[in-house]
Each structure stands twice: as C-alpha cells, then as structure tokens.
Design a binder for this molecule. Structure first.
Ligand SMILES: [Zn+2]
Length: 270
C-alpha cells in the first residue's frame, strides 16, 4: 500500500493517529524443512512422478548445500509419510511412491489461520489475474500441454480429495511457471500454500470439483487465445469459485469488511 509522507510523520508520533508497531514471532526455517519443501514441491507440481528416483544422497546434499544427515532426516520424514521409499541393493535408491504429498507436512502449509484466509483471498485477487495475463503472453506449447495433462488428471482424480486439491494447486503453479518469471512463481507458491486451508474447508460437494475442473478448461482456452480480456474474465469467475465456497461454508465474507481494520484506515489518504 502506498504511504504518503504525512503517514511517516504519523508513525514517528509527531501527529495524532500513531500506527502501533506490529512485531511477529521469529521463525527460522530449518534447513531440513526446506529440503522437504523442495522435494514435496517437485512432486506437487509434477516434476517428480511415481517411480522416479531421487539423485544419490551425496549429490543431492551437495546441490542443496546441506549436510547428508540433514538430507537423511528430510527423506526419513517423507518415507514415514509414504511419499518416498528407500530400496536397497544395486538398483536401489530413493524412489517416489506417491503423487500426493500430505497436507500439513510442513508448518508453512498450515501456518495461515482461518482469520487470515480473507487476506489470502484478497491478495490472490491482486496477483493471480495479472499472472495469468502475463502467462497468456509468454506461455509455450509445452506449457499448454502441461496444463492439459493436469486437467485430464483432475478428471481421473474425481472423488480423490487430496489428489484433486494437489492438482488444483499444480494447475495454478503451472500458469505461474508459464510466465517464465521466478519471482511470480515464488509469490504464487506462497499464496497457494496458504490457500490450502480455504480449499480444505470450502470444497465439500462433488459438483464443486466438476465446476472447478470446467473452469480450468475455460482458463486454458483463454490462455491459448492470448486475449488479455478473455483471460481476465475467466480468472474473475475462476477466483470467485473458492471465494464463494469459502463464504458459504464459513459465513465469513469473501473479502474483509470495510472498516474492519480501523487502525490502518485511520491514516489520512489526502
Ligand atoms: Zn483453479
């Protein structure tokens, strides 16, 4: 949000309406959590599929610049949650055995509390339609094929809730990747990691699933047209789906109520 110069004076207390300083808990991301996140992400977006073998421990630890015991700790957790399997012997190694990563595996994925979901939905409105329009400019045939494959997998995954939710996220991250902009991919990863709770609570009925997949088909068609207005129109309906599900299920508004944040709105926007 743009701050006016007068607002800074407010913060420093020269005028009335001081904004209270907000401190947050300090949370260092442990290296082993980040190793898990990297492997889990590769599975979630489909870069690693069932049957794929991870690079040897020594190589992977060197690539991630973490110690081998740390990597082993990360792999053990993914083995315990039935995502990976370690097979002994000459043709052995660490293999992917699931195309679904359990939600809540990492703190980052369950970090957003219910009251923060409206903010996440609002942030999504600010970011994702633009991301889709940029993807409409830069997407290649390979990107379109990937999105197509994800949609086919979604139809096959009907009634498999966890898998469907993951494919939902995959579709949106694939759009972000089609922009070719790493910053946008990172922002979308964060955003969608925090949307998981909204999907979890919001999506209850099979018709919601089918509606969601049809919206993906329409989104892909709009991206292929490369027409920014078409993309904006379909993204508006696309994002509204989760917003409505969320509002219906929780009775909470899809966006923050006006005046819900008086502290921030008190600074004069002259
Ligand atoms: Zn979607």
């Amino acid at each position: 949000m743009t701050r006016h110069v007068t607002d800074f004076r407010d913060v420093r207390g020269h005028h009335a309406g001081r904004v209270p300083v907000e401190f947050h808990p300090v949370r260092s991301l442990r290296t082993f959590e980040e190793a898990i996140e990297q492997i889990a992400y590769a599975i979630r977006v489909g870069d690693l599929a069932v049957g794929d073998r991870l690079p040897p421990e020594r190589t992977l630890a060197a690539t991630m610049q973490i110690s081998r015991p740390t990597l082993r700790e990360a792999i053990h957790l993914l083995v315990r949650t039935n995502v990976l399997e370690v097979r002994p012997g000459q043709s052995g190694g660490t293999f992917v055995i699931s195309d679904t990563v359990p939600n809540g595996l990492l703190q980052t994925r369950i970090h957003s509390h219910i009251h923060a979901v409206a903010e996440v939905l609002e942030a999504r409105r600010a970011l994702e339609p633009e991301v889709a329009q940029i993807a409409g400019v830069y997407a290649t045939q390979v990107d379109f094929d990937r999105l197509e494959t994800t949609i086919s997998e979604q139809w096959r995954a009907l009634n498999h809730r966890d898998r469907l939710l993951q494919l939902e996220e995959r579709f949106h991250l694939q759009i972000a990747r089609a922009t070719g902009n790493h910053m946008l991919v990172e922002l979308m990863k964060t955003l969608h990691g925090r949307l998981a709770i909204a999907w979890d609570i919001g999506k209850r009925l099979p018709k919601d699933d089918e509606h969601g997949i049809r919206l993906h088909e329409e989104t892909l068609a709009a991206l292929k047209s490369r027409d920014p207005r078409k993309i904006a129109e379909v993204m508006d309906r696309h994002l509204a789906l989760l917003e409505h599900l969320w509002a219906d299920e929780t009775g909470r508004p899809r966006l923050r109520e006006p005046n819900a944040t008086p502290a921030r709105r008190s600074s004069a926007a002259s």
